[in-house]
Unconditional design. Structure first.
Length: 303
Protein backbone atom coordinates (compact mmCIF):
# COMPACT_ATOMS: atom_id res chain seq x y z
CA UNK A 1 0.00 0.00 0.00
CA UNK A 2 1.08 3.57 -0.72
CA UNK A 3 1.07 4.57 2.94
CA UNK A 4 3.25 1.63 3.92
CA UNK A 5 5.87 2.81 1.43
CA UNK A 6 5.55 6.21 3.06
CA UNK A 7 6.22 4.65 6.47
CA UNK A 8 9.57 3.33 5.27
CA UNK A 9 10.51 6.77 3.91
CA UNK A 10 9.41 8.40 7.15
CA UNK A 11 11.38 5.91 9.22
CA UNK A 12 14.66 6.95 7.61
CA UNK A 13 14.04 10.58 8.48
CA UNK A 14 12.87 9.79 12.00
CA UNK A 15 15.86 7.61 12.83
CA UNK A 16 18.23 10.31 11.57
CA UNK A 17 16.45 12.92 13.69
CA UNK A 18 16.45 10.65 16.72
CA UNK A 19 20.20 10.10 16.46
CA UNK A 20 20.78 13.82 16.13
CA UNK A 21 18.72 14.60 19.20
CA UNK A 22 19.11 11.77 21.68
CA UNK A 23 16.92 13.24 24.38
CA UNK A 24 16.05 11.60 27.67
CA UNK A 25 12.47 10.39 27.85
CA UNK A 26 10.10 13.01 29.18
CA UNK A 27 7.52 12.32 31.86
CA UNK A 28 4.23 11.56 30.14
CA UNK A 29 1.41 13.99 30.76
CA UNK A 30 -2.17 12.78 30.67
CA UNK A 31 -4.15 14.52 27.92
CA UNK A 32 -6.65 17.14 28.97
CA UNK A 33 -9.53 18.57 26.97
CA UNK A 34 -9.87 22.32 27.42
CA UNK A 35 -13.42 23.47 26.93
CA UNK A 36 -13.72 26.27 24.42
CA UNK A 37 -16.64 28.54 23.76
CA UNK A 38 -17.45 28.94 20.07
CA UNK A 39 -16.89 32.67 20.23
CA UNK A 40 -14.33 34.16 22.55
CA UNK A 41 -12.13 37.20 22.48
CA UNK A 42 -8.92 37.37 24.47
CA UNK A 43 -5.79 39.48 24.11
CA UNK A 44 -5.39 39.85 20.33
CA UNK A 45 -7.07 36.46 19.76
CA UNK A 46 -10.44 36.09 18.07
CA UNK A 47 -12.05 32.66 17.69
CA UNK A 48 -14.99 32.73 15.30
CA UNK A 49 -18.04 30.49 15.52
CA UNK A 50 -16.53 28.19 12.85
CA UNK A 51 -13.37 27.65 14.94
CA UNK A 52 -11.29 29.93 12.73
CA UNK A 53 -8.75 31.98 14.69
CA UNK A 54 -7.76 35.47 13.59
CA UNK A 55 -3.96 35.66 13.47
CA UNK A 56 -2.80 39.27 13.72
CA UNK A 57 -0.01 39.90 11.21
CA UNK A 58 3.42 41.38 11.70
CA UNK A 59 7.09 40.44 11.90
CA UNK A 60 8.12 37.04 13.28
CA UNK A 61 8.57 37.16 17.07
CA UNK A 62 9.51 33.50 17.55
CA UNK A 63 13.29 33.39 17.97
CA UNK A 64 13.52 29.74 16.84
CA UNK A 65 11.49 30.21 13.67
CA UNK A 66 13.07 29.65 10.25
CA UNK A 67 11.82 33.11 9.29
CA UNK A 68 12.96 35.05 12.37
CA UNK A 69 15.24 37.99 11.73
CA UNK A 70 15.11 37.89 7.93
CA UNK A 71 12.69 40.78 7.55
CA UNK A 72 9.72 38.53 6.78
CA UNK A 73 6.30 39.78 7.82
CA UNK A 74 2.88 38.15 7.64
CA UNK A 75 -0.43 39.76 6.80
CA UNK A 76 -3.35 39.00 9.11
CA UNK A 77 -5.26 35.81 8.24
CA UNK A 78 -7.55 33.18 9.72
CA UNK A 79 -6.47 29.64 10.53
CA UNK A 80 -8.34 26.65 11.93
CA UNK A 81 -8.17 26.26 15.69
CA UNK A 82 -8.06 22.49 15.14
CA UNK A 83 -6.96 20.05 12.49
CA UNK A 84 -9.78 19.13 10.08
CA UNK A 85 -11.70 16.20 11.55
CA UNK A 86 -13.08 13.13 9.87
CA UNK A 87 -16.61 14.39 10.44
CA UNK A 88 -15.79 17.68 8.71
CA UNK A 89 -14.20 15.80 5.84
CA UNK A 90 -17.13 13.42 5.42
CA UNK A 91 -19.63 16.29 5.50
CA UNK A 92 -17.94 17.81 2.45
CA UNK A 93 -16.41 14.87 0.57
CA UNK A 94 -18.97 12.16 1.34
CA UNK A 95 -16.52 9.57 2.62
CA UNK A 96 -13.73 8.94 5.11
CA UNK A 97 -10.34 7.62 3.93
CA UNK A 98 -8.74 7.58 7.40
CA UNK A 99 -6.98 4.56 8.87
CA UNK A 100 -8.02 5.37 12.45
CA UNK A 101 -11.76 6.01 12.53
CA UNK A 102 -13.45 8.57 14.77
CA UNK A 103 -15.55 11.66 14.12
CA UNK A 104 -13.35 13.85 16.32
CA UNK A 105 -10.07 12.40 15.10
CA UNK A 106 -8.12 14.34 12.46
CA UNK A 107 -8.69 13.12 8.93
CA UNK A 108 -5.63 11.40 7.45
CA UNK A 109 -4.73 9.39 4.35
CA UNK A 110 -5.38 12.55 2.32
CA UNK A 111 -3.06 13.82 -0.38
CA UNK A 112 -2.27 17.45 -1.13
CA UNK A 113 -4.60 17.20 -4.13
CA UNK A 114 -7.41 15.80 -1.95
CA UNK A 115 -6.98 18.73 0.41
CA UNK A 116 -7.16 21.52 -2.20
CA UNK A 117 -10.32 19.87 -3.57
CA UNK A 118 -11.79 19.84 -0.07
CA UNK A 119 -11.03 23.54 0.33
CA UNK A 120 -12.88 24.42 -2.89
CA UNK A 121 -15.87 22.19 -2.16
CA UNK A 122 -16.23 23.53 1.36
CA UNK A 123 -15.98 27.10 0.06
CA UNK A 124 -18.79 26.48 -2.44
CA UNK A 125 -20.96 24.79 0.19
CA UNK A 126 -20.62 27.84 2.43
CA UNK A 127 -21.18 30.39 -0.34
CA UNK A 128 -17.56 31.52 -0.54
CA UNK A 129 -15.39 32.10 -3.59
CA UNK A 130 -13.09 29.10 -4.23
CA UNK A 131 -9.45 29.94 -3.69
CA UNK A 132 -8.03 27.39 -6.12
CA UNK A 133 -8.33 26.78 -9.84
CA UNK A 134 -7.74 23.07 -10.44
CA UNK A 135 -6.98 21.73 -13.92
CA UNK A 136 -6.79 17.92 -13.89
CA UNK A 137 -6.24 17.69 -17.65
CA UNK A 138 -2.99 19.65 -17.81
CA UNK A 139 0.23 18.39 -16.21
CA UNK A 140 1.89 21.05 -14.09
CA UNK A 141 5.23 21.89 -15.76
CA UNK A 142 6.57 23.02 -12.37
CA UNK A 143 6.04 19.59 -10.81
CA UNK A 144 9.40 17.77 -11.08
CA UNK A 145 8.40 14.61 -9.19
CA UNK A 146 9.17 11.22 -10.74
CA UNK A 147 6.52 9.53 -8.58
CA UNK A 148 3.48 11.83 -8.82
CA UNK A 149 1.08 10.28 -11.39
CA UNK A 150 -1.38 13.20 -11.22
CA UNK A 151 0.53 16.47 -11.48
CA UNK A 152 -2.65 18.57 -11.56
CA UNK A 153 -2.13 22.22 -12.35
CA UNK A 154 -3.32 24.20 -9.32
CA UNK A 155 -3.29 27.99 -9.30
CA UNK A 156 -4.74 30.48 -6.84
CA UNK A 157 -7.34 33.24 -6.81
CA UNK A 158 -5.44 35.43 -4.36
CA UNK A 159 -8.39 37.70 -3.50
CA UNK A 160 -10.91 34.89 -2.98
CA UNK A 161 -12.47 34.55 0.49
CA UNK A 162 -12.68 30.76 0.38
CA UNK A 163 -10.77 28.13 2.30
CA UNK A 164 -7.15 27.39 1.49
CA UNK A 165 -4.00 25.84 2.89
CA UNK A 166 -1.70 28.09 4.89
CA UNK A 167 1.65 28.93 3.39
CA UNK A 168 4.65 27.50 5.21
CA UNK A 169 5.44 30.96 6.60
CA UNK A 170 1.85 31.48 7.79
CA UNK A 171 1.79 28.04 9.39
CA UNK A 172 5.06 28.63 11.24
CA UNK A 173 4.01 32.13 12.30
CA UNK A 174 0.71 30.86 13.73
CA UNK A 175 2.27 27.77 15.34
CA UNK A 176 4.83 30.01 17.00
CA UNK A 177 2.17 32.18 18.61
CA UNK A 178 2.22 35.12 16.19
CA UNK A 179 2.68 38.45 17.97
CA UNK A 180 2.15 36.71 21.35
CA UNK A 181 5.03 34.28 20.82
CA UNK A 182 7.05 33.05 23.78
CA UNK A 183 9.54 31.27 21.48
CA UNK A 184 8.71 27.78 22.71
CA UNK A 185 10.47 24.78 21.14
CA UNK A 186 7.12 23.22 20.24
CA UNK A 187 3.83 24.90 19.46
CA UNK A 188 2.54 25.84 22.91
CA UNK A 189 5.39 24.82 25.18
CA UNK A 190 8.85 23.39 25.76
CA UNK A 191 7.63 20.00 27.00
CA UNK A 192 6.51 17.93 24.01
CA UNK A 193 4.34 15.65 26.15
CA UNK A 194 2.17 18.59 27.19
CA UNK A 195 1.44 19.82 23.66
CA UNK A 196 2.02 17.00 21.15
CA UNK A 197 1.08 13.43 20.30
CA UNK A 198 4.24 11.76 18.96
CA UNK A 199 5.76 8.29 18.95
CA UNK A 200 6.53 8.08 22.66
CA UNK A 201 3.08 9.03 24.00
CA UNK A 202 0.62 8.19 21.19
CA UNK A 203 0.05 4.53 22.13
CA UNK A 204 -1.03 2.33 25.01
CA UNK A 205 2.19 2.80 26.97
CA UNK A 206 4.75 5.59 27.16
CA UNK A 207 7.77 4.43 25.17
CA UNK A 208 11.45 4.98 25.91
CA UNK A 209 14.64 4.13 24.07
CA UNK A 210 15.18 4.69 20.38
CA UNK A 211 12.51 5.09 17.70
CA UNK A 212 11.45 1.61 16.57
CA UNK A 213 8.53 1.08 14.19
CA UNK A 214 7.63 -2.52 15.21
CA UNK A 215 7.44 -1.39 18.86
CA UNK A 216 5.40 1.69 17.93
CA UNK A 217 2.98 -0.44 15.89
CA UNK A 218 2.58 -3.08 18.61
CA UNK A 219 1.94 -0.27 21.13
CA UNK A 220 -1.20 0.63 19.12
CA UNK A 221 0.07 4.14 18.49
CA UNK A 222 -2.39 6.28 16.58
CA UNK A 223 -3.99 9.67 16.13
CA UNK A 224 -5.93 11.24 19.00
CA UNK A 225 -9.01 13.46 19.27
CA UNK A 226 -8.38 17.09 18.38
CA UNK A 227 -7.77 19.50 21.25
CA UNK A 228 -6.50 16.93 23.75
CA UNK A 229 -3.24 18.72 24.50
CA UNK A 230 -2.43 22.27 25.60
CA UNK A 231 -3.00 25.04 23.03
CA UNK A 232 -0.41 27.57 21.98
CA UNK A 233 -0.43 31.31 22.68
CA UNK A 234 -3.16 31.90 20.07
CA UNK A 235 -5.40 29.08 21.26
CA UNK A 236 -4.39 26.72 18.42
CA UNK A 237 -4.26 22.99 19.11
CA UNK A 238 -2.14 20.13 17.78
CA UNK A 239 0.19 22.22 15.66
CA UNK A 240 2.91 20.00 17.07
CA UNK A 241 2.19 16.28 16.68
CA UNK A 242 -0.95 14.23 15.99
CA UNK A 243 -0.85 14.54 12.18
CA UNK A 244 1.60 16.28 9.88
CA UNK A 245 -0.11 19.18 8.14
CA UNK A 246 0.01 20.03 4.43
CA UNK A 247 1.05 23.56 3.44
CA UNK A 248 0.67 25.30 0.10
CA UNK A 249 4.36 25.64 -0.73
CA UNK A 250 6.74 23.61 -2.80
CA UNK A 251 9.59 22.22 -0.71
CA UNK A 252 13.09 23.65 -1.29
CA UNK A 253 16.18 22.54 0.63
CA UNK A 254 17.12 26.17 1.24
CA UNK A 255 13.72 27.01 2.63
CA UNK A 256 13.44 29.93 0.20
CA UNK A 257 10.17 30.26 -1.76
CA UNK A 258 10.21 28.42 -5.09
CA UNK A 259 7.74 28.10 -7.97
CA UNK A 260 8.26 24.39 -8.48
CA UNK A 261 9.76 21.19 -7.14
CA UNK A 262 9.17 17.53 -6.42
CA UNK A 263 7.46 17.80 -3.03
CA UNK A 264 5.02 19.91 -1.05
CA UNK A 265 5.78 21.05 2.49
CA UNK A 266 4.45 19.26 5.59
CA UNK A 267 4.73 20.84 9.04
CA UNK A 268 4.24 19.94 12.68
CA UNK A 269 5.21 16.29 12.98
CA UNK A 270 2.80 13.46 13.70
CA UNK A 271 1.91 10.60 16.01
CA UNK A 272 4.57 8.25 14.60
CA UNK A 273 7.31 10.88 14.30
CA UNK A 274 10.33 11.58 16.49
CA UNK A 275 9.98 14.57 18.79
CA UNK A 276 12.39 16.53 16.58
CA UNK A 277 9.77 16.63 13.80
CA UNK A 278 7.31 18.32 16.19
CA UNK A 279 9.60 21.31 16.61
CA UNK A 280 8.30 24.54 15.15
CA UNK A 281 10.92 25.00 12.42
CA UNK A 282 11.10 21.35 11.26
CA UNK A 283 10.24 20.96 7.57
CA UNK A 284 8.77 17.76 6.14
CA UNK A 285 8.14 16.94 2.48
CA UNK A 286 6.16 14.52 0.32
CA UNK A 287 4.83 14.22 -3.21
CA UNK A 288 1.51 16.03 -3.67
CA UNK A 289 -0.10 12.70 -4.56
CA UNK A 290 1.26 10.97 -1.45
CA UNK A 291 -0.79 10.10 1.62
CA UNK A 292 -0.35 8.31 4.90
CA UNK A 293 -1.96 7.66 8.30
CA UNK A 294 -0.08 10.59 9.86
CA UNK A 295 -0.85 13.21 7.19
CA UNK A 296 -3.71 15.68 7.61
CA UNK A 297 -4.23 19.44 7.50
CA UNK A 298 -5.97 22.53 8.83
CA UNK A 299 -7.57 25.25 6.75
CA UNK A 300 -6.94 28.96 6.56
CA UNK A 301 -8.64 31.97 4.95
CA UNK A 302 -7.77 35.53 4.04
CA UNK A 303 -8.66 38.07 6.71
Amino acid sequence: MRWRIMLLLTATTIVASACASSKAAQTPVAPTQTEQTHTEQTSRTLVKADNMVLVEGGAFQHAKSSFYGNGAAIESFYIGQYEVTQQEWADIMGGNPSTFKGVDLPVEMVSWYDVVEYCNKRSLQEGLAPYYQIDKTKADPNNKSEYDPLKWTVTINADANGYRLPTEAEWEYAAGGGQLSKSYTYSGGNNADEVAWYWRNAGDQYLSGDWNWPIIESNHSRTHAIGGKKPNELGLYDMSGNVREWCWNWYAESGAPTNGGSWRVLKGGGWMGDVKSSELAYRGKFEASGYGPDQGFRVSRNA
